[in-house]
Design a binder for this molecule. Structure first.
Ligand SMILES: NC(=O)c1ccc[n+]([C@@H]2O[C@H](COP(=O)([O-])OP(=O)(O)OC[C@H]3O[C@@H](n4cnc5c(N)ncnc54)[C@H](O)[C@@H]3O)[C@@H](O)[C@H]2O)c1
Length: 316
């Protein structure tokens, strides 16, 4: 199948590219490398057609989607703090850019578009687990932009019959995640600190929990969402469906790295939610999704990847 991954130079996008190639698909990537890295695509350079374009440019998007059956739209400015600093930039990439991708797909006769959304559309509600029937209430321009893309996806499905599926990712981690990123980067920060035997910083008492999701599970859900007959028009949670505390995560990483460095506990950051967990029944039912790599195994693979330090190494 001929497919396109927008944002294919990024963390999640490049892992998806690797898996699509393994499955024998003909893969193109659209990326302007704003937050992505060319090294992420180095293992696939010969196999991938690269469109170095900006999704804010409709003609560039049209060039990349022509002749594709499925488009996996991962490109975005994926940062809450950057959206707070510059909501106009966040909107222009995430919303205007997505609208361009959808228009280009509609006009080129693309069959299906799978779009990356985010748990941030739920805001800071403390109800757990978060399920798709809950009210959305984003608390950042980034969350608002992702909710807008979901709305456009639904509208394009309703009005033009374009098969659009949105996946709300929860705290994705794994090889190629940037430890410097502001976004859900606690795992790479803990791992890189403990590999160097430095003391990691924990904000709060470490008992806060998150539904950390290993990247292979996100890749798997994208593949399923590219074909599931009942998925078009929906926005589905995508996560492991469990939650893990930062203290448990630290224990795991200490065990794997052999470090005995203790965390430095600092005051909790204002606005940080205590717990997050996704309900994934809908994805299980509609996509037939189930976890392919569990949390502990995901952490082990991620530690191995950072330890090897070979940033161009393809994910397993
Ligand atoms: N990592 C997570 O935990 C998480 C959680 C929820 C949602 N998401 C979403 O998943 C998607 C992938 O995120 P990621 O974590 O891999 O981030 P990433 O920054 O590694 O990937 C984003 C990619 O989009 C590209 N890009 C940015 N602006 C572009 C533009 N104007 N034109 C073309 N390409 C552009 C970047 O260069 C990068 O390669 C994003 O849509 C993000 O919002 C990620």
């Amino acid at each position: 199948m001929r497919v396109l991954v927008t944002g294919g130079g990024g963390f999640i996008g490049s892992n998806l590219v690797g898996r699509l190639l393994q499955l024998g698909h003909e893969v193109a990537v659209l990326d302007n490398f704003l937050t992505g890295r060319r090294e992420n695509l180095a293992p696939y350079n010969d196999a991938v057609e690269l469109f170095e374009e900006d999704i804010r440019d409709l003609e560039g998007a049209r060039r990349a989607v022509t002749g594709r059956e499925v488009v996996y739209h991962q490109a975005a400015l994926p940062s809450v703090p950057r959206s707070v600093e510059d909501p106009v930039l966040s909107n222009s990439i995430n919303v205007d850019g997505t609208l361009n991708v959808l228009l280009a797909c509609r006009d080129a006769g693309v069959r299906r578009v799978v779009m990356a959304s985010s748990s941030s559309v739920y805001g800071d509600s403390e109800t757990l687990p978060k399920t798709e029937d809950m009210a959305t209430a984003p608390k950042s321009p980034y969350g608002a932009s992702k909710l807008a893309t979901e709305a456009y996806g639904r509208a394009f499905h309703a009005v033009y019959g374009l098969e659009v599926v949105s996946l709300r990712y929860f705290n994705v981690f794994g090889p190629r995640q940037d430890p410097q990123s502001h976004y859900a980067a606690v795992i790479p920060r803990f791992i890189t600190a403990l590999l160097e035997d430095r003391r990691p910083t924990v904000f709060g008492d470490g008992e806060q929990t998150r539904d950390f999701t290993y990247v292979d599970n996100v890749v798997q859900a994208n593949l399923l969402a590219g074909a599931a007959p009942e998925a078009p028009g929906l926005a589905l949670n995508l996560a492991g469906g469990h939650r893990y505390s930062l203290n448990y995560l630290l224990e795991l990483v200490r065990g794997l790295t052999g470090s005995t460095a203790q965390a430095v506990y600092e005051p909790a950051r204002p606005g940080d939610i205590k717990h997050s967990q996704a309900g994934i029944d809908l994805a299980q039912r509609v996509l037939d999704f189930s976890t392919v790599v569990d949390f502990e195994e995901g952490i082990r693979r991620t530690v191995d990847w950072y330890r090897a330090g070979e940033e161009t190494k393809p994910a397993s």
